[in-house]
Write a protein of this length. Structure first.
Length: 255
């Protein structure tokens, strides 16, 4: 197996290559003689051997050296932070906002149009706006080069942050979470500073993985469902004393 510090970057670069070529996990499994669930486990556990990586690269039409170079380049990529003007432009139109995130995650334009039922004229308007704000370099015949990395982030409390929270979070949290595929649990626990950092890293990786999965080919299939994930780790003033005090106040009011 490859060293852990390198395999993360290689697995991410491999995911990006699959996305760009429009190859789903099921497609890849068919090419290398494995089931879709087996391929998903490979990416989840990042349990790639050199022989397996060479086999996958061969089916994708690239060399293992190409994949390594891409992983090396990804390690040097800095996070791109949207400007306030860029955020306002994206947050003003929900369809445009979604279009941008699909583009920046390297989903082919043809697939965006077909899977999300976006007319070409509408897509062309969006491309012109992205070009104007220097997020892509638009070329003739709707070809373009993406000028920002996938590691795009927005400012906390900024236009996009407010847009996302206002349109989804409260409605999502009011859900019952009672379907077989749902999971909901709110936990209060005491953690050391070291544990807090470890959980923060793991939660971020989970959120990133879910977002990456949503841009893969299988997310456009009819059987796919739109799911939400809230990842939050923060200090709280909750204590049993507060619960007992609140209960006592309620009891006094009744009497």
């Amino acid at each position: 197996m490859l060293p852990h510090e390198n395999i993360d970057l290689i697995a991410q670069s491999l995911k990006t290559t699959l996305r760009e070529q429009g190859v789903s996990y099921a497609d890849l499994g068919g090419r290398i003689g494995r089931s879709e669930s087996s391929v998903k486990r490979l990416f989840s556990k990042k349990s790639f051997s050199l022989d397996l990586l060479e086999k996958i690269c061969g089916h994708l039409g690239i060399s293992l050296f190409d994949l390594m170079d891409r992983a090396k380049g990804a390690a040097a990529v800095e996070i791109y932070t949207l400007t306030e003007k860029q955020e306002k432009m994206l947050a003003a139109n929900p369809r445009f906002y979604c279009f941008f995130w699909l583009v920046v995650n390297r989903v082919p334009l043809k697939r965006i149009l077909s899977a999300y039922h976006i007319p070409m004229k509408e897509a062309e308007r969006y491309l012109l706006q992205l070009n104007r704000f220097k997020l892509i370099d638009l070329k003739p015949h709707n070809r373009f080069t993406i000028l920002v990395p996938r590691t795009v982030q927005w400012s906390a409390g900024g236009p996009i942050d407010k847009f996302v929270v206002a349109n989804t979070l409260s409605r999502f949290l009011k859900g019952r979470f009672d379907r077989p595929e749902d999971y909901h649990r709110f936990i209060i626990a005491k953690l050391t500073p070291e544990s807090m950092l470890q959980f923060k890293i793991r939660f971020k990786a989970l959120a990133d993985e879910l977002f990456e999965q949503s841009t893969m080919m299988e997310s456009t299939l009819k059987k796919s469902k739109t799911m939400g994930l809230v990842v939050a780790l923060g200090q709280t003033d909750f204590s049993l004393v507060h619960v007992l005090e609140a209960a006592l106040r309620g009891k006094q009011q009744k009497t």
